[in-house]
Design a protein around this ligand. Sequence first.
Ligand code: CTP
Length: 396
Amino acid sequence: MLKDKVVVLGVTGGIAAYKGVELLRLLTKAGATVHVIMTRSATEFVTPLTFQTLSMNPVHTEIFNLISEQEIGHISLADRADLFIIAPATANVIGKLANGIADDMLTTTVMATKAPVLIAPAMNVNMYQNPIYRENEERLRTHGYLFVEPVRGMLACGWEGEGKLQDPAAIFEAAMAVLTPNDLAGECVLVTAGPTREELDPVRFISNYSSGKMGYAIARAASRRGARVTLVTGPTCLDAPWGVEIVPITSALEMRDAVLERYASSSVVIKAAAVADYRPARRAVDKVKKSDQPETVELVRNPDILAELGANKGGQYLVGFAAETESLLENAAKKLNGKNLDLIVANDVGQTGAGFNVDTNIVRLLFRDGRVEELPLMEKDDVANVILDRVMEGKG
Ligand code: CTP
């Protein structure tokens, strides 16, 4: 994902410095080349060796180190960076940057870079609310510096409040959003994901094996590419994608309400959810006992949400999914036309590496004009990006 990208990670002296290690891991795992600069006080919290080992690059701590300056000095690092991240960033470093003070390797390099700078502050709540700090942050923002705000929590100093470093995964997502071209800016993308649950009584339900992974990958990719994304999701074990509005639902009827409410304001709708086609005709208020369990459960049809969207289509670009175990293309084409879709993503859920509960998928894309595009076995994140590419091409 981040191959060919160079990230310079600045780590400053706070107890959260150890979380910089986790962020480094996420960046290198995504393929980025990372160079770490530590302030002298950061080295009191975590050793440079940790960052050096994990980044596989020398860690810079001193500006006037002749050898490292000759090999890769501060100007060279500043020029090479596609993105600069400072995490954690203390009030001190933010104050220095806001006032043009460049007195160590980190502040000097940041001042010399033309790359975007993403700052993740971490400090005591009173420092964070101090008007001088606020002015410094504001000043940097007006000059285009980007911030990943801290969260509320128990702070290392014993106080409870705002000032805790954002989760490294969230900082990573913010970095991804900066490094990904914003070709979906201005789009409002509505995605559905996961299974629905149709309750029989308070402890039992009918559902399916959907994990939600495909829909979450689409929501995450669209958000990284600059869209405003709403994810209507059935119950899953997945973390909410950063920057995405989450609307949790349980049943097909709840999903229908949530989707219809947001349909008019959406420009793209992608229905990756595995909606249960039937629900029990009656839901018992109390748990059904063994003794009074009926021998058959009467089911009634759920509304076909996607068909309803297709029938009431305005300017939206409508994408459906077809999970099939036989006659894949024929069944998918029927759904594409029957539900008035612009694109359908067909997957043979019987194939190894495709469908429910795996990180990969093998899909075919069927377009309105009869074209069929066959994609090889791919990571769901990559499939998500191809779907979004085709959506943008189709929208023209
Ligand atoms: N879908 C929906 N509402 C339903 C059932 C399905 O919106 N009640 C959507 C799914 O989100 C998916 C598409 O319709 O995008 C196709 O779902 P799928 O289960 O493959 O097909 P069905 O239309 O339900 O047809 P069948 O069960 O006969 O294969």
